[in-house]
Design a binder for this molecule. Structure first.
Ligand SMILES: [Zn+2]
Length: 247
């Protein structure tokens, strides 16, 4: 008998409100767009928290970063609404320039205490070979905010009454324990990703083929065609626990 038998893997569809934290304006759609559309379709309230403005996400030197950030905000709003997201919160840090973990965690905790989610999704910061600082820090700061948010003396920015988050789900992970059937929402996910035209207008065929291939690979042997894979854990396992890696 293992820890999993006592606690079980939390089921995202039991949440009432899910906060999806993304480093850049398109990460939620790419990593978990099918899951997000599925949750929203079940009547679960989904809120986005976007950490940076995505202002360096172009190879075109003629677009000013401020202008790109503005365009990307519009793309992200439309894309999120398409998946059924009800609200978007923006921290507005410049792309590639998120603050250190402690400061970022306090700010994310401020949002958690306002939105009061019972599950939080975020890219897995323990993804091996993740070279992007924004992704590592957003994942770490979010996990850190989740473990402390329920403690009234833990400092958030702004300071707010405590709110405990029982469940955290990491997407883009190499240690999944949850495979979501996204057959019914795959079309919506792909449309939502395509709405980020500044990012995916070029090379769309390759990108969509890769995402489709990956989703099919993840679903293999599970009785459905396409899956998104997440590592979903009770928040209490995100501190001082040797079983979390294999959970
Ligand atoms: Zn990103």
């Amino acid at each position: 008998m293992g820890l999993k038998d006592f606690l079980g893997v939390p089921r995202l569809e039991r949440a009432k409100r899910v906060l999806c934290v993304q480093p850049h304006p398109d990460d939620n759609e790419i990593g978990a767009g099918g899951t997000i559309a599925w949750l929203a379709g079940l009547g679960i309230e989904v809120v986005y928290l976007t950490v940076t403005d995505g202002c360096i996400g172009t190879q075109d030197a003629t677009i000013a970063p401020e202008r790109l950030a503005e365009i990307r905000r519009g793309e992200a709003e439309r894309s999120a609404r398409h998946l059924g997201v009800s609200e978007l919160v923006w921290l507005g840090y410049h792309d590639g320039d998120v603050p250190e973990e402690r400061e970022l965690a306090a700010t994310i905790m401020g949002v958690i205490r306002t939105v009061k989610p019972d599950a939080v999704l975020v890219p897995d910061p323990w993804l091996p070979y993740e070279a992007h600082r924004d992704h590592r820090l957003t994942g770490l700061a979010t996990a850190s905010a989740c473990i402390l948010s329920g403690f009234p003396h833990a400092k958030s920015e702004p300071q707010a009454p405590p709110h405990a988050v029982p469940t955290v789900g990491f997407y883009c992970t190499t240690r999944p324990n949850t495979w979501i059937n996204v057959d019914g929402t795959w079309g919506k996910k792909m449309e939502a990703i395509k709405m980020h035209a500044t990012q995916f207008a070029e090379g769309w065929t390759m990108i969509s083929m890769y995402l489709d291939m990956k989703a099919r690979e993840l679903a293999k042997g599970r009785g459905f065609a396409r899956a998104e894979a997440l590592k979903v854990v009770p928040t209490i396992l995100l501190h001082f626990n040797v079983d979390t890696e294999g959970y």
